[in-house]
Write a protein that binds this ligand. Structure first.
Ligand code: FBP
Length: 553
């Protein structure tokens, strides 16, 4: 036990997460095969790339006899990508599930993400080691990383390392990109009959790894509750001081699920949704006008304050910027070395301008130098623009300021516009998991042990029916290839797990759009307060508004 922990940390270490009833007698479940699953799109190409792991059936589990296995099972686990509250509980659930199969089963944690598997950096996870991490936030138990596992050399090294430890299954806890890696690995090992199963678990605060069988990725619940608490606090400050407009950028990468959930929870004056911007082909000036209009109308009511929520990936969805970013991606993939060798930002901008199409060059030229450089920063190992490093909130403040100055001259705006900017992302990724995430993550991990027990590979742990009490949750598995399509990455078409973006005909967005005209002008703030761990179920166990609306609740 660590020496310095708070009373709440101590209480959380003792929390017993709830499991679906199918898993309560152990991971030796009864498995029923369902319909065979095709990929979301690009069936032919996905099948060619994954001949051994395509067209596999859905799995659904019911409670087994509680019998243990004759032989122990050794398993390796990796945390991959950005932190999300509850990762430690996936490992705790997996550990307990494996022990329920055989008391001598062993769990090895590969350190620092996928690179730990290739470089053979590991720790054996024992009951004592795990005791300090149950129900805690963070990924510090074994660390995480964004190394992309994609080459046969990496897979072969990983196989040697697994064999040396007697590992017959790997569990990869990650988002869409990491589970794409898991799928590549599963296919490779199955093709060569390596005797190592691969199972994925759906992690990401972004909430964009979801479908009928993965109702939400873990961490979304806790992270949005943390951000909503902070936004509520800022709303109350704004409504007390009545002197600032707060522009708050929220993490979420491409998808706006986090902004949407926080907007619904806090009823901020403005909640931008990137997917809507794309669908309506809104340009930057239209977005700026929407915000400036709210500022002006509130000012006319004597309210020179407000709160605007901005999804992290907004810029990628503004049509002109989307084209610009696609051109930059291809250009930087091809000319990375020449670009990196240039001595100054001015030279870099000049180099880029010379290679862009006329239209994109005009958009690029119109941006302040900081934003230009932020747009051309290194892509992550999966080829994504690092949107968390683009200061969209500051860009919008500047542009709204300019527009209001024009309106002032034209007599259309008579108020004040003083601003504060914020970026909420890292504040929520390692928070102590909510009861929902503690239970869901523990169940996902325990369920992964059940998948391993079935001998299946290339599956993702699926626990659904999540708005019901935990005992009614449905445990099972979905083939990873069923979630795939082809996308352009690093200048090439690649098979990847499809990102689930905000659906504009979905209930959460419809709810926001029915309310936002009122929220843009009136002060309708809700102050959600902090996550509660104890108390009545409707306070302590309730999950997101997004999930409730999606399930018609
Ligand atoms: P994952 O997709 O790996 O879960 O990461 C989510 C995320 O928090 C995004 O919201 C954000 O854009 C990104 O990670 C930031 O990455 P980094 O931690 O590398 O700065």
């Amino acid at each position: 036990m660590k020496c310095c922990i708070s009373p709440i940390q101590k209480a959380r270490l003792a929390y017993a997460p709830k499991l679906p009833s199918a898993l309560r007698s152990g991971a030796n479940v009864v498995c029923k095969e369902g319909k065979k699953m095709k990929p979301f799109a690009d069936e032919k190409k996905i099948k060619e790339r994954f001949p051994n792991t395509s067209n596999m059936p859905l799995l659904q589990f019911s409670a087994g006899s509680g019998a243990t296995l004759k032989k122990p099972v050794n398993v390796g686990v990796i945390l991959s990508g950005g932190q999300a509250p509850g990762g430690h509980n996936v490992i705790a659930g997996l550990f307990d599930g494996l022990k329920s199969l055989h008391s001598k089963s062993k769990l090895y944690g590969f350190k620092g993400g996928p690179s730990g598997l290739v470089d053979n950096k590991f720790v054996e996870i024992t009951a004592g080691f795990l005791a300090d991490f149950r129900n805690t936030g963070g990924f510090d138990m074994i660390g995480s990383g964004r190394t992309k596992l994609e080459t046969p050399e990496q897979f072969d090294k990983a196989e040697i390392n697994c064999k040396a430890l007697g590992i017959t299954a790997l569990v990869i806890i990650g988002g869409d990109d990491s589970n794409t890696n898991a799928c590549l690995l599963a296919e490779y090992y199955k093709a060569k009959n390596a005797g190592i199963l691969v199972v994925g678990c759906p992690k990401t605060i972004d909430g964009d790894l979801k479908n009928e069988f993965i109702e939400t990725s873990f961490g979304f619940d806790t992270a949005t509750k943390v951000y909503s608490e902070l936004i509520g606090n800022i709303e109350r400050d704004a409504n007390s001081a009545k002197k600032y407009w707060h522009f708050i950028k929220l993490m979420g990468r491409s998808a706006s699920h986090i902004a949407l959930e926080c907007g619904l929870r806090t009823q901020a004056n403005i909640t931008l949704i990137s997917e809507e911007v794309e669908a309506k082909k809104q340009n930057l000036d239209e977005i700026v006008t929407i915000i400036a209009d709210s500022v002006a109308r509130r000012a006319a009511n004597g309210e020179n304050f407000g709160v605007a929520l901005i999804p992290e990936g907004l810029i990628e969805f503004i049509p002109d910027f989307k084209v610009l970013i696609a051109e930059l991606n291809d250009l930087l993939a091809k000319d990375a070395d020449a670009y990196a060798a240039l001595p100054s930002n001015e030279k870099k901008a000049e180099f880029i301008l010379g290679k862009l199409s006329k239209k994109s060059a005009a958009v690029f030229a119109s941006l302040p130098m900081e934003i230009k450089m932020q747009l051309t920063m290194d892509r992550d190992p999966h080829g994504n623009v690092q949107v968390s490093r683009i200061e969209t909130e500051k860009l919008l403040v500047e542009l709204v300021k300019n527009k209001l100055a024009d309106w002032k001259k034209a007599g259309k705006f008579g108020g004040k516009f003083s601003t504060q900017t914020h970026f909420f992302g890292y504040e929520g990724r390692c928070s102590m998991p909510s009861n929902f995430d503690a239970d869901y993550c523990y169940s996902l991990g325990f369920n992964a042990a059940a998948i391993i027990r079935t001998g299946k590979t290339g599956y993702m742990s699926s626990v659904r029916n999540l708005t019901a009490p935990a005992e009614k949750w449905i445990a099972g598995a979905i083939p990873l290839t069923a979630m795939m399509n082809m996308e352009r990455r690093h200048g090439e078409d690649k098979p990847v797990i499809r990102k689930a973006l905000v659906e504009l005909d979905g209930a959460p967005f419809r709810k926001l759009s029915s309310k936002r005209a009122k929220w843009a002008v009136e002060t309708s703030y809700v102050y959600p307060g902090p996550i509660q761990f104890f108390g009545p179920s409707e306070v302590a166990d309730i999950t997101t508004i997004t999930l409730a609306l999606e399930k018609g609740k």
